[in-house]
Write a protein that binds this ligand. Structure first.
Ligand code: NOJ
Ligand code: CA
Length: 555
């Protein structure tokens, strides 16, 4: 397999609004990020992904861009961005930004012009169709709930939005629009970005017939999976994008693109793929029915490993690298998602860390994950902010959920759980800001914060140990380039796999339950290398794993 410069990178994701506020206005900013570069370096990150900081009305916290060439004033200035790039470079850290080009903001100049003349030049930058008998052109449901169509006032036309109505979709069928996008991407790459995390790209191609389908919910609408998820023809756009942008700069690209099957994976991210990598979200949302947060599902190790190993296998066969994620800004905290309140602690956090950093693929650490941050809890649903939660709330109501069930849904699932301010220390507002934070700090910050974990046994130090292990001369090739083979597949509560390369072999054992688990090993291990319990020799093939034990063995 041909090696690429990004194969061995560890990525840290920053949600800028909640990371570090440098000027006391309660909102995290670019200067705040620059202040913390040493922290990121010390953690073992090589590349930093910054969620959108472009100019935006912030209907979806920056995933609604009104000017791709400007920094939103709440985050600072273009000079701050340039300084961040410069400082990061000095420290050997690469920076990637979000590329949000399935849609822009309704405040973008293009859209404003389109509203003036829906069938004119800029109307064609968007997806504009005539309604049918006073109704929307079809019954497709947007990801955030409700129709994908919004009427353009005073005209017979509607425009299309995959997400919120303030996020109109861009018309990728229009070659002029595509050239505008590539020009913008190259402008940023020229500035020194190492690449992009590509937002919602799955949706850029739509079934051109725009036909209605049988409804799949009480709202009479139908989800987008058949009509605009990796819809055939999308690869034509993506090939062109790659050739005109990423290829020119040898840039890194990781796409948000769910549901890619084995057949397509090689084409998407194989040696000559459309992107460098895509996120493996296959086990991210097992705790709920697809796009239905009000329908909770119990998660077990057995449930996680099924899609996990299937995708790992697929990725190897396609000679490709998935990006491994436990958390991001769209998910509740992984500890809260996968474990009961009383189970959360050092062992469970370290268990997920081992999994994140020893699977085959590019590991992403989401801010706060490295200190074991947890979901927040509110007594009133109106304390939540996130636009997606409110869409789910409407649907939950239509499906007959009570207020109490809706609150429970929000407390489990809102994306806001990942967006509470980063907990730096035990001073007021967790050291995130000297002002009033834009969103409440999790009250557990006195106990859970980076400073308290600086020394001694802590989740943070365990992460540092793990990233160092992943980069160690002895094991880096096995962990980066080695194959992954599932073992102990029949064990309900244990996720276990071998990583091997050129005669070297590691065995990773993860016990997902709070009780001992007896397992039988194929070979006697040579030594234990890293664990969330004190290291001990394992000299037998019959081994009893401790509650929530995670251990990496040399075999
Ligand atoms: C995925 C992003 O991660 C999410 O935060 C956003 O709301 C949607 N795409 C729309 O851009
Ligand atoms: Ca600020």
């Amino acid at each position: 397999m041909k090696k690429k410069w990004w194969n061995d990178k560890i990525v840290y994701q920053i949600y800028p609004r909640s990371f570090k506020d440098s000027n006391g206005d309660g909102i995290g900013d670019l200067k705040g990020i620059t202040e913390k570069l040493d922290y990121l370096k010390g953690l073992g990150a090589d590349m930093v992904w910054i969620s959108p900081v472009y100019q935006s009305p912030m209907k979806d916290n920056g995933y609604d861009i009104s000017d791709y060439y400007a920094i939103d004033p709440i985050f600072g200035t273009m000079e701050d961005m340039d300084l961040l790039l410069e400082k990061a470079k000095e420290k050997g850290l690469k920076i990637i930004m979000d590329l949000v080009v399935n849609h822009c903001s309704s405040q973008h100049e293009w859209f404003q012009k389109a509203l003036q003349d829906p069938k004119g030049e800029y109307g064609d930058y968007f997806i504009v169709k005539e309604g049918k008998e006073g109704k929307a052109p079809n019954n497709w449901r947007s990801i955030f709930g409700g129709s994908v169509w919004e009427p353009i006032e005073g005209t017979p036309y509607y425009y299309y939005h995959t997400f919120d109505k303030e996020q109109p979709d861009l018309n990728w069928e229009n070659p002029r629009l595509r050239q505008e996008i590539y020009k913008m991407m190259n402008w940023w790459l020229e500035k020194g970005l190492a690449g992009f995390r590509v937002d919602a790209i799955t949706y850029i191609k739509k079934d051109p017939s725009y036909k209605s389908l049988p409804a799949d919910g009480a709202d009479g609408l139908v989800g987008l999976s058949e009509v605009s998820s990796n819809y055939p023809g999308i690869e034509v756009f993506l090939k062109e994008m790659r050739r005109k942008t990423f290829d020119v700069y040898d840039a890194f690209s990781v796409a948000e693109m769910s549901g890619v099957n084995a057949e397509k994976l090689r084409e998407y991210i194989g040696p000559d793929g459309l992107f460098c990598s895509i996120f493996d979200f296959s086990y991210m949302e097992l705790d709920v029915e697809l796009f239905q947060w009000y329908r909770p599902v119990k998660v077990t190790a057995a449930k996680i490993k099924e899609p996990l190993f299937e995708n790992q296998k697929m990725a190897q066969e396609a000679e490709s690298y998935l990006s491994v994620v436990m958390e991001n800004h769209d998910q509740p905290r992984s500890l809260s998602k996968w474990f009961a309140k009383e189970e959360i602690g050092y062992e469970t956090a370290a268990l997920l860390a081992v999994m994140n950093l020893t699977l085959r693929g590019i590991p992403f650490i989401y801010q706060g994950e490295e200190i074991g941050m947890e979901n927040i809890h509110f007594d009133h649903i109106h304390q939540y902010e996130d636009v997606m939660m409110w869409g789910q709330y409407q649907r939950a109501k239509q499906e007959g959920c009570t207020e109490e069930e809706c609150l429970d849904m929000a407390n489990r699932r809102s994306r806001d759980h990942a967006r509470t301010p980063m907990q730096w220390d035990d001073s007021e507002n967790a050291g995130f800001t000297t002002g009033t934070p834009w969103f409440p700090v999790n009250p557990n910050y006195k106990k859970i914060n980076a400073k308290a974990q600086e020394n001694g046994k802590s989740i943070l130090n365990f992460y540092r140990e793990l990233t160092a292990f992943r980069k160690s001369e002895e094991w880096k090739d096995v962990l980066v380039y080695g194959s992954l083979e599932p073992v102990l597949e029949k064990e309900e509560n244990v996720i276990a796999y071998k990583r091997s390369l050129d005669g070297k072999e590691l065995l990773v054992l993860l016990n997902f339950v709070n009780r001992p688990q007896k397992i039988h090993l194929e070979k006697e291990p040579k030594r234990a290398l890293i664990s969330n319990y004190p290291l001990e020799e394992i000299r037998s093939r019959e081994y009893e794993m401790k509650p929530f034990e995670a251990v990496v063995l040399e075999v």
